[in-house]
Design a protein. Structure first.
Length: 394
């Protein structure tokens, strides 16, 4: 196995994610393609992830590509999470994870489960008629449907029981099936703002999500993940792609000749890289200046790994990774050294900074400087910056 120096490896991954000063992107589509997809569970995350990666980014730049040009789309994909990706990569992502998404549908629609198939079919027919010519919000849909057909169902996930309307469940299933899309109005940052549901084919008439075969899509997605996030472990790949062990083993075997097995100084695990990527890594020269990044909730860089010991000291991991999600983070040279509050996702200050350990004065000043520019992006005005102490999770 080839040995890799840890610092150079970390900086190279930042470079691939457009997170170093010399690697900032010019094109939104190129940046999105390079990192595969932007997490889109929270509206503000996508703006903040691009702001960290691009020169002179404005929120209207993303709105232009997403709402007007329709070069980007929002879809439910890996691990059932909402992402924004390009129309170029959407068929790869959709087909690679489609069967996993449909399994969730089958669990709900199976006999004697949450919703009978005939009930879903009736709601699907009505919704496809209602959403023609521009779509509607959930309140608008409810006003159109007879009250007699809407009922509350119990959805069990593990030990938890959720009460949801059959309408909400049907909409969610149709999104997973690529029949309906949902999105908020352009410019809004509020997570409580109603989504608009629209027919996929009306919004993206020339996009065929099934244009790539399922097996080819799985191979292409794994290859892209390794290129973007590598070096990675097989556990990382399985977790991020949500592929089964059998599927992943098949893909790894298919691309084995393209791969290089490496180790990283200070870590005992075996990692995978593409050989072509390793050739670029050898040519890469890590920056001499220290780098500081403020990344948002569920940013691809901090969310992209199951094994996170290269990103954060184990004793601080529970402070950044909470209940399956990763908080907005402060990175120094690719290592998480603190977190910040999420209210800025909705354009609400102040920005509160929480350092795991008190940083050097120069680093603290740089973090505050970046926080101020981030505040201007999301709030359109100066926001106050506060450094607060937090009791660390053991």
């Amino acid at each position: 196995m080839r040995p890799l120096e840890e610092y150079a490896t970390t900086q190279y991954v930042l470079h691939k994610h457009h997170l170093l000063p010399g690697s900032k992107g010019e094109s939104i589509i190129q940046v999105v393609n390079d990192i595969i997809a932007l997490h889109a569970t929270s509206v503000g995350t996508t703006y903040l992830s691009l702001f960290a990666r691009m020169r002179n980014f404005k929120r209207r730049d993303l709105d232009e590509e997403f709402y007007k040009k329709r070069n980007l789309l929002r879809l439910r994909a890996m691990r059932g999470t909402l992402f924004i990706t390009s129309t170029e990569l959407a068929p790869i992502i959709y087909q690679a994870v489609r069967l996993n998404l449909l399994k969730a549908s089958n669990r709900i629609l199976a006999p004697n489960k949450v919703m009978p198939q005939h009930e879903f079919d009736e709601l699907k027919k009505r919704l496809c008629d209602i959403l023609k010519d521009g779509g509607k919000t959930l309140p608008e849909i409810k006003r159109t449907l007879p009250k007699s057909i809407i009922r509350t169902l119990e959805l069990k996930e593990g030990k938890s029981i959720y009460r949801m309307s059959n309408l909400s469940i049907a909409l969610n299933l149709l999104i997973r099936q690529g029949i309906i899309i949902s999105e908020k109005d352009a410019g809004t940052l509020s997570i409580t703002k109603a989504n608009r549901y629209m027919l996929f084919k009306e919004v993206y008439p020339n996009l065929d999500l099934e244009s790539i075969g399922v097996e080819d899509a799985k191979t292409m997605l794994v290859r892209r993940y390794i290129k973007t996030f590598g070096p990675v472990t097989e556990e990382d790949i399985a977790w991020w792609t949500s592929l089964s062990k059998t599927d992943l083993k098949k893909v790894i075997t298919t691309i084995e000749k393209e791969l290089l097995r490496v180790n990283i100084e200070g870590f005992e695990r075996e990692y995978l890289m593409l050989q072509t990527d390793y050739a670029q890594f050898v040519k890469f020269k890590p920056p001499k200046m220290r780098s500081v990044q403020l990344l948002p909730y569920e940013d691809p860089c901090t969310k992209g790994y199951k094994i996170r010991d290269r990103l954060i000291d184990k004793k601080y991991e529970k402070n950044a990774y909470v209940e399956g999600g990763v908080q907005p983070t402060i990175l120094l040279d690719g290592k998480i050294i603190g977190t910040w509050n999420r209210s800025m996702e909705e354009g609400k200050g102040p920005i509160k900074l929480y350092f795991f350990q008190h940083p050097e004065s120069a680093i603290e000043r740089e973090v505050i400087k970046k926080a101020k520019t981030l505040g201007k992006l999301m709030a359109n005005q100066e926001v106050s910056i506060k450094i607060e102490n937090r009791r660390l999770t053991a």
